[in-house]
Design a protein around this ligand. Structure first.
Ligand SMILES: C[S@@+](CC[C@H](N)C(=O)[O-])C[C@H]1O[C@@H](n2cnc3c(N)ncnc32)[C@H](O)[C@@H]1O
Length: 239
C-alpha cells in the first residue's frame, strides 16, 4: 500500500478512536436526542434481518455502547452475541448496560479491520453506524466476509448521503447545523458532531455500497432505506 494512504488511514483511525473515547459518556443520550428515538427502531429492524436465517452466533462489529448487541440478545436470548469495538470507554458503558439489563453478551476490544476471530466462525455479522468510521471500508468488508460461515449474513446499518428534494434539504440543514450545535453543547466536543455529517456526506451511496459488498464476494446483496432515506439497512449473504 502507498505510504501516504497508509498514513491517512492511521490518522483517521486515531482521530475516530480519540473522538469516541471523548464523547462516550454522552453517546447514548445524544443518539436518542438527535434521532428523536428512531435509532432504536432501525436497530430493531436490523435485528429482525440478522435472525431471519436462524443465526445462533452473532458478531456485532463497532458495537460501541452495545445498543445493537443488546437488542440482538434481548430478541434471541439463546443466541451467543459478541460485540467488538476498539474504544474501551464505549465498551465500558456497554458492559454496565448489559449488567443492568441482565443480558449475557461478550464485549471485547479489537480492531474491526483485523478481527481477532477464526475464519467462518459466525452465522451473522452486524455493524450499526460503524463502517463509515473505518479507515478502509473494503478491508472491513473483507474481514466480515472472512469470519462469516457459509450461508451467514452481513447486516449493515449506515447513514447514506442525505436524500434529494425538500425533505433532503431540511434534513441537510438539521444535520449540518442543528446536530453540531446540540452535539457540541452536550458533549463539549463540537468537532465530533461536525465530523458526523462530514463523514456521512463522504460515505458511498447505497448502490455503490451494494457494489462494494458484491466485490468482496457477498451474494444476494440488497438494501432498504429507513425513515425516508435517513438510514439504510444493507444485507449480503456468503454462499
Ligand atoms: C457511531 S459509533 C456506533 C456504535 C454502535 N454500533 C451503535 O449503533 O450505536 C461507531 C463505533 O465504531 C467504532 N469503531 C470505529 N472504527 C473501528 C475499528 N476500526 N475497529 C473497531 N471499532 C471501530 C468506534 O469506536 C465507535 O464505537
Amino acid at each position: 500500500m502507498d505510504a501516504s494512504v497508509a498514513r491517512q488511514q492511521q490518522d483517521k483511525a486515531a482521530q475516530v478512536h480519540d473522538m469516541f473515547s471523548a464523547i462516550a459518556y454522552r453517546y447514548d443520550l445524544l443518539n436518542r436526542l438527535l434521532s428523536l428515538g428512531i435509532d432504536r427502531l432501525w436497530r430493531e429492524q436490523a435485528t429482525t434481518v440478522a435472525f431471519e436465517a436462524g443465526a445462533r452466533r452473532v458478531l456485532d462489529v463497532a458495537t460501541g455502547t452495545a445498543d445493537l448487541a443488546l437488542t440482538l440478545k434481548r430478541r434471541q436470548p439463546g443466541a451467543e452475541v459478541v460485540g467488538l469495538d476498539f474504544v474501551t470507554a464505549m465498551l465500558d458503558i456497554g458492559k454496565s448496560k448489559a449488567k443492568r439489563l441482565g443480558l449475557d453478551i461478550r464485549l471485547e476490544q479489537g480492531d474491526g479491520l483485523n478481527l481477532p476471530y477464526e475464519d467462518a466462525s459466525f452465522d451473522a455479522v452486524t455493524i450499526a453506524y460503524g463502517l463509515r468510521n473505518f479507515a478502509d471500508y473494503q478491508q472491513g468488508l473483507r474481514e466480515f466476509y472472512r469470519v462469516l460461515k457459509p450461508g451467514g449474513r452481513l447486516v449493515i446499518l449506515e447513514f447514506p448521503p442525505p436524500p434529494q428534494g425538500v425533505f433532503g434539504q431540511l434534513f441537510r440543514f438539521y444535520f449540518l447545523n442543528v446536530v453540531p450545535f446540540i452535539g457540541g453543547l452536550l458533549s463539549g466536543k463540537r468537532s465530533a458532531y461536525t465530523y458526523l455529517p462530514g463523514s456521512v456526506l463522504k460515505f458511498p451511496e447505497p448502490l455503490e455500497l451494494a457494489h462494494m459488498l458484491r466485490a468482496v464476494g457477498f451474494d444476494k446483496v440488497r438494501y432498504k432505506l429507513q425513515t425516508l432515506g435517513v438510514s439504510a439497512l444493507h444485507l449480503g449473504e456468503k454462499s
